[in-house]
Design a protein around this ligand. Sequence first.
Ligand SMILES: Cc1cc2nc3c(=O)[nH]c(=O)nc-3n(C[C@H](O)[C@H](O)[C@H](O)COP(=O)(O)OP(=O)(O)OC[C@H]3O[C@@H](n4cnc5c(N)ncnc54)[C@H](O)[C@@H]3O)c2cc1C
Length: 91
Amino acid sequence: MKGTEKKLKCDMLLIAAGFIGAEKYLPESFGLNLGPRGTVATPEGKYSTNVPGVFAAGDMRRGQSLVVWALTEGRAAAAEVDEYLMGYRNR
Ligand SMILES: Cc1cc2nc3c(=O)[nH]c(=O)nc-3n(C[C@H](O)[C@H](O)[C@H](O)COP(=O)(O)OP(=O)(O)OC[C@H]3O[C@@H](n4cnc5c(N)ncnc54)[C@H](O)[C@@H]3O)c2cc1C
């Protein structure tokens, strides 16, 4: 990220980037906005995206994380989808 660059001396550099954001083809094909870390952007605490009726959860929204977060976000996103479809909250 701009402004956070550092120079470090080293003899050998191995890059193990792992998860570096959502695969671009999927957000692109739906016209979804991405956040600065390459994940699908949603409002704070929400799973809706900039495209009505399209929701994101798990690593694609949060970035590389844990299975427990994927489960939690999947459930919360499902509740939000239900509310979107039904027009009311069931809890
Ligand atoms: C090597 C490794 C080790 C990990 N170890 C741990 C661990 O020990 N403990 C832990 O809690 N977490 C671990 N994690 C993280 C955990 O696996 C993820 O946080 C979790 O799986 C995220 O779940 P998800 O449903 O968001 O995404 P995913 O599990 O990635 O599921 C996304 C699914 O979407 C499918 N998909 C992609 N594109 C399309 C498409 N166009 N159409 C249809 N389907 C599509 C993919 O095939 C995939 O099945 C590890 C991750 C990695 C990579």
